[in-house]
Design a protein around this ligand. Structure first.
Ligand code: FAD
Length: 331
């Protein structure tokens, strides 16, 4: 047993710390190799404690939420993988008289988006209901600034609590989070989200909110291959302001993949979904290498045909060649 394993086990209990633990089961793609160390945490306090132990030992930390937007390398992930699993959700305040209908709701990084949606609907807090059915956690949602129906999660964020590489814990207002489509400052800085505070509208009718949630779920069922192993949309939609779109094709990565004739294209056990061009599915037995190769093929074919480069929405964890987007936290 390494000294770090021993310290983790002393801090969290023997049974909670695993060495060389397979990560594939904790991702929606169901692929990827093991974590050198894996620890599951269920609160912001535990997350901070795990990070401090790793920092003191000089061990790299990689965050994993619901694993619904990642492709984990077949070689796995070096260092400590901290998987957030659940956490507190609570109302922490209401704004002043003039703005009395606004409530502030705090959710730990490991709370699932779906649990948060349900929690808010029951209390008649409006704003999140259309997000019903979005897989993953609040941490992953803020990291990638999740989007649905033309809206960004950041539209609801008041502020967040982060811990920096240097172990500074700080509250950061939404306006300082560098939020944009598929973007937050966490991707640049490697900070970890401990919790988020959202601004929601009080006094809504729960039945009406539930109806919106049901519509979203039904729309997802109709348009996405939900019964397969995927990581949702692989590519970001092109930006009409900066990407030169071919005439007659909407600013949709799925439409570009579709028009390029790539639906159904396979590498090993991975194929481009026939339901949704922006989904790659693991048909069983796919490796991360298969999926990565298929991503590259899609990018190449779309580039050759339309002169436009599709950018990944998914995050690669572990070692992949030529990958730029910062995803893992390194000391
Ligand atoms: C069927 C399906 C449908 C989907 N539909 C949508 C959709 O409508 N809209 C949308 O935006 N996305 C969608 N997604 C993608 C995914 O649900 C979101 O991106 C989600 O927010 C990812 O959260 P996660 O917890 O699973 O993150 P993970 O996949 O676990 O991690 C993603 C990134 O976030 C980082 N991270 C996780 N927790 C933290 C933390 N506490 N602090 C710092 N970094 C952290 C990880 O290191 C990683 O880099 C879909 C995915 C699937 C499989």
């Amino acid at each position: 047993m390494t000294p770090f394993t021993e310290r983790l086990r002393n801090g969290f209990g023997r049974e909670r710390v695993r060495e060389h633990a397979p990560l594939a089961p904790f991702t929606t793609f169901k692929v990827g190799g093991p974590a050198e160390w894996l620890l599951e945490v269920s609160s912001a306090e535990e997350l901070l404690r795990a990070f401090e132990l790793a920092h003191a030992a000089g061990v790299a930390v990689t965050m994993l939420g619901g694993g619904s937007n990642v492709l984990i390398s077949d070689q796995g992930v070096a260092g400590l993988v901290v998987r957030t699993r659940g956490g507190r959700i609570e109302e922490v305040g209401r704004t002043g008289e003039a703005d009395a209908a606004v409530t502030l709701v705090r959710a730990d990084a490991g709370a699932t988006i779906n649990a948060l949606v349900r929690w808010t609907i029951i209390r008649g807090f409006a704003g999140l209901e259309a997000w019903a059915g979005t897989p993953g956690t609040v941490g992953g949602g803020v990291f990638g600034n999740a989007h649905y129906g033309g809206h960004l999660l950041s539209e609801l964020v008041d502020h967040v609590r982060l811990v920096s590489r240097e172990r500074h814990v700080r509250d950061v207002k939404a306006c300082d989070m560098e939020f944009a489509y598929d973007r937050s400052r966490l991707q640049r800085t490697g900070e970890i989200l401990l919790w988020v505070v959202l601004r929601l509208r009080r006094g809504a009718d729960s039945t009406a909110l539930r109806a919106v949630a049901r519509q979203s779920l039904a729309y997802r069922k109709r348009t996405q291959p939900l019964d397969t192993k995927s990581a949702g949309c692989i590519f970001q939609n092109p930006d009409p302001a900066s990407d030169a779109l071919p005439p007659g094709i909407p600013a949709s990565a799925g439409a570009l993949v579709d028009r390029a004739g790539l639906k159904g294209r396979s590498v090993g056990g991975a194929s481009v979904s026939t339901t949704h061009g922006n989904f790659i599915v693991n048909n069983g037995g796919a490796t991360a290498t298969d999926i990565r190769k298929l991503v590259k093929i899609c990018q190449q074919v779309v580039r050759d045909l339309f002169g436009l480069t599709l950018r990944e929405e998914i995050v690669y964890l572990g070692a992949f060649e030529e990958y730029q987007k910062p995803s893992a936290r390194r000391r």
